[in-house]
Design a binder for this molecule. Sequence first.
Ligand code: ZN
Length: 361
Amino acid sequence: MSRDRSVAVGIEVGGNKATVALIDAHGLVRHRCYAKTLRGRLVAPTLDPYIRAVDMILAHAHAERWPVRGIGVSIPGMLDQSERRPLQIPILPALNGFPLCDLLENRYQSPVRLLVDVDAAILGEQRFGAGRGFHNLLYLTVNAVVGAALVVDGQLEQSALRYTGHICHLPVATSGPRCSCGKLGCINTLISIDAMQKMVQRAWRRGEETQLMQRLLNREYFSHSLLAEEALRGDSVALQVYSEVGRWLSAAVMRFIDLFDPNVLILGGDVLCTGDLLLTQIHQLLAASTIPSHRQIAVLPANLGSDAALIGAVVSFLPASFGKRRPRRPDVADTPVPPAVGLPERQIIYWKPEPVRDILA
Ligand SMILES: [Zn+2]
């Protein structure tokens, strides 16, 4: 292990919470805390929980005598061309156009980099995760929506949106549910979490009664992990959902490979990281392809899990010599955060999971 004790502060802004963490030169999360995402507020109250969390985590770095190299911020939205401010964050429109980098640099006297979440995730996977050793990477993520990012010749394709288009609306079918954009067959209506939820609802309307349905009727909340758990138990509805999602995902993957010719396709996000249910289908499809390039591409699950964007946001601050061999992750995830030096604990708004709506109601 290196003697380099420096860290960088990663901030991943999400729909319900932001994760703020100290990340070391090996890409390991040394300490983390959470701040609630407050929607529908003006700029100052929107940023307040995040700022307090950064104050606290920097106090921890100071107490540990860890030098801080910089601050990387991952946002779920778009940046303006200078990347010094968000252009559009659908969940936090108050921050659209706000000079976020300038504010953080002035407050903390530290360099700040802002990245779109999928771009941050592919950088994290490239340096410390499944993308190590590859030069042309395509990262595909499925959570609430479908996203993609590109690395070409080892460099992040900053304007990947120009190539990948609005990936949510990539057409992969000539029929299917109508998308918010007005078209049929957009990938987002076929493989997102929302799409999976609608498949379960359709099965319910068909009168299919399985263990999954019973659990939902017992007011368990619908989630990708519940679905995966029941699929592994052999629940017929859960297996139908994975089969359908796998079919559409495979069609989308073939399109992506033909368009971007990557060496490796990395699948991230909550839906795609749920066991081998979907990965197996894609591997079988590619292995059976008659096109040689399809059989040569590596299709791998994201290695950094839900921390990919958090870690990727800070890679530009970490020494380039690290990351070739990643030590085993210490078990630091979600450790309770002790009160920060000089900061009352009540200043931090801790995140608590919010219940998902009852989908069979
Ligand atoms: Zn669409």
